[in-house]
Design a protein around this ligand. Structure first.
Ligand code: ZN
Length: 152
């Protein structure tokens, strides 16, 4: 495994639409392993492949000590609305308040190509949606209704 470099806002790669994964191969597993190592090294709730400069529809979420590896994730259903505080490993110096759905259902594939469905609510849902936005070149700052400047 190897830790990868996280690119920051301003890098044009963060604004690209990522391509679906077609081959569930060793390279995909390597990417996922590297992303997990990178997330653990820097700390955070999730990381998307474009943040390490790879334009593939791959992201990871770690929530309640459970790691989710999402390949080609799709939002199936969403309802409700809630506003909460978000930050991003690619955005330095500020966080923001963002409105997102309260409840979601998503589908995705794992590293072996097996399909999964997941229901999530509240902040857990928010983390999935934040990471999935990265796959379409969207950052939380595009959606924030209030900017919160970091104290230090
Ligand atoms: Zn992010």
């Amino acid at each position: 495994m190897a830790k990868r470099n996280i690119i920051k806002m301003g890098d044009p790669l963060l604004r690209k639409i990522s391509k679906p994964v077609e081959d569930f191969d060793g390279r995909l597993s390597q990417l996922l392993d590297d992303m997990t190592e990178t997330l653990h090294a820097v700390g955070g709730l999730g990381l998307a492949a474009p943040q390490v400069g790879i334009l593939k529809r791959v992201c990871i979420v770690e929530y309640d000590e459970q790691l989710y590896e999402l390949v080609n994730p799709v939002l199936i259903k969403s309802s409700g609305k809630c506003v909460d505080n978000e930050g991003c490993l690619s955005v330095v110096g500020f966080r923001g308040l963002v409105e997102r759905p309260q409840i979601i259902d998503i589908e995705y594939f794992d590293r072996y190509g097996k399909k999964h469905a997941k229901h999530a609510e509240g902040y857990f849902a928010r983390v999935f949606l934040h990471e999935m936005d990265h796959l379409d070149g969207i950052l939380f700052s595009d959606k924030m209704i209030k900017k919160i400047i970091d104290e230090d």
